[in-house]
Write a protein that binds this ligand. Structure first.
Ligand SMILES: [Zn+2]
Length: 177
């Protein structure tokens, strides 16, 4: 294989690989980090895919009523190295009803998160019509909306990772419109 061919092959492997293989790739030049993966970026990636406390929902701001809001999350880095999130995008579904709510995209990326610290992540959510209807019908005036993030693409340290299921945020309180 050519050099480029090998690089593409490796990237493909990383995209479909399990978090452990991702860690193996990231630490191919520093295998001691694998022995204690809690000290590296691999640990950060593992923690975000396990839907642990990495993401915390903080609130939202209305950008354009009925069309877009800004979701404010905290994102924590439990590892002992600085992690840079280059980009993030995902689709959102109502956990209870399965409705396609809309698309989210990182607004304030890239973000650097120092070791053992957290940063504020702002996501812009663009509603679909069915998503707006679901929220108005079932969630307006309640604090019962949980959102599933799917088909997420996250850029970390210059590489892109794709996840079919990325976890859940909520509860999101929806004011009466
Ligand atoms: Zn719903």
């Amino acid at each position: 294989m050519t050099r480029i061919g090998i690089a593409l092959y490796l990237i493909t492997i990383v995209i479909i690989a399990s978090p452990l293989l991702v860690a193996l790739y990231l630490y191919r030049n520093d295998l001691t980090s694998l022995v204690v993966p809690q000290f590296g970026t691999g640990y950060f990636l593992t923690s975000i895919t396990q839907g642990s406390d990495t993401f915390g929902y903080k609130g939202y701001e209305v950008i354009n009523p009925g069309q877009s809001v800004r979701l404010i999350l905290s994102i924590s880095n439990p590892s002992s190295v600085k992690v840079t999130i280059d980009s993030i995008s995902a689709t959102l579904y109502c956990h209870e009803h399965g409705t396609f709510i809309g698309l989210v995209q990182g607004e304030n990326t890239p973000i650097e998160i120092p070791p053992s610290a957290s940063a504020v992540l702002k996501l812009r959510l663009l509603f679909t019509q069915e998503g707006k209807t679901d929220i108005d019908t079932y969630h307006a005036g309640h604090n019962n909306l949980y959102l599933d993030l799917r088909n997420a693409e996250i850029g970390v340290q210059g590489m892109k990772f794709n996840y079919q299921e990325f976890g859940e945020v909520g509860p999101v309180e929806i004011p009466t419109s």
